[in-house]
Design a protein around this ligand. Sequence first.
Ligand code: ATP
Ligand code: MG
Length: 303
Amino acid sequence: FAINMGQLQLDEELGKGNYGTVKKVLHKPTNVAMAMKEIRLELEDAKLNAIIMELDVLHRAVAPEIVEFYGAFFIESCVYYCMEYMDAGSLDKLQGAGVPEDVLGRIAGSMVRGLKFLKDDLNIIHRDVKPTNVLVNRKGEIKLCDFGISGELDKSLAKTNIGCQSYMAPERIKGESQNNLGTYTVSSDVWSLGLSMIEIGLGQYPYPPETYSNVFAQLTAIVHGDPPELPEEKYSEQARDWVAQCLRKDPERRASYRELLDHPFLAGNLKLEVDTAGWVERALEYRRKASTPTPVPPLPQSV
Ligand code: ATP
Ligand code: MG
């Protein structure tokens, strides 16, 4: 069945990105809470229709590590995209209280399985792996969203805005694509995955704008500097090695999804009992307290 605006009751705003706003909505006929992303595109109706049709393949993107797609429609020059509502939000907002190694392993495992599923089953390369595109719910589930499915949509979203936080792999920044003329490869997503793990483990983006006088200096550091590492005092040698295998500067030398799943860090993590839902509650509580005026000390790290 197709979703339309008339069936939706608008709720609070969940966040804003570079291209639009995400709102919580209630789908009245089914009583399902959804997240609706509004993307403004100044395009003619035929183009908008083509985008809606391209988005249709997302109905096949059903996996435990992928945010469910419910449908899309357009009104005037806006595309509305309805997906599963994730009640703990994105990882960037949960990392403040610290992420113990067992939870980091669960996050890493979910991301790799999600990315591998998209590639193997749907031949989709994500292209926008970063903590704001990893969503979590209070059941402790971790899922990916916002993967690049629509060529039309991608072209229409002027990617001029590099922003102050780039997750782009060095070879993408350099714009070199000798092997495959401009085509995005899985290994570029592996870099972005590794950088996301570092951000989650450190609690901040590893190339902070305070350190670099401008975006050019920051991108130069990504291309020419040593890749960042997980902090030694918080994470094991295995976890650190896993991330290092994602962050090899040479894309050919980066690990494949298969290798990342078989690595002792993730193989070992699967054998552990991990209370991800409990961590989500603590992280939400920490965020709630941190947003009130009284300062709170950081939670003790349980590594
Ligand atoms: P960009 O525009 O570069 O993709 P972004 O991912 O932060 O950045 P959006 O995708 O527009 O921007 O999302 C804005 C915010 O809305 C996210 O950071 C996330 O916190 C929240 N959000 C997005 N989708 C959902 C969802 N399905 N459930 C709950 N919260 C969501
Ligand atoms: Mg997003």
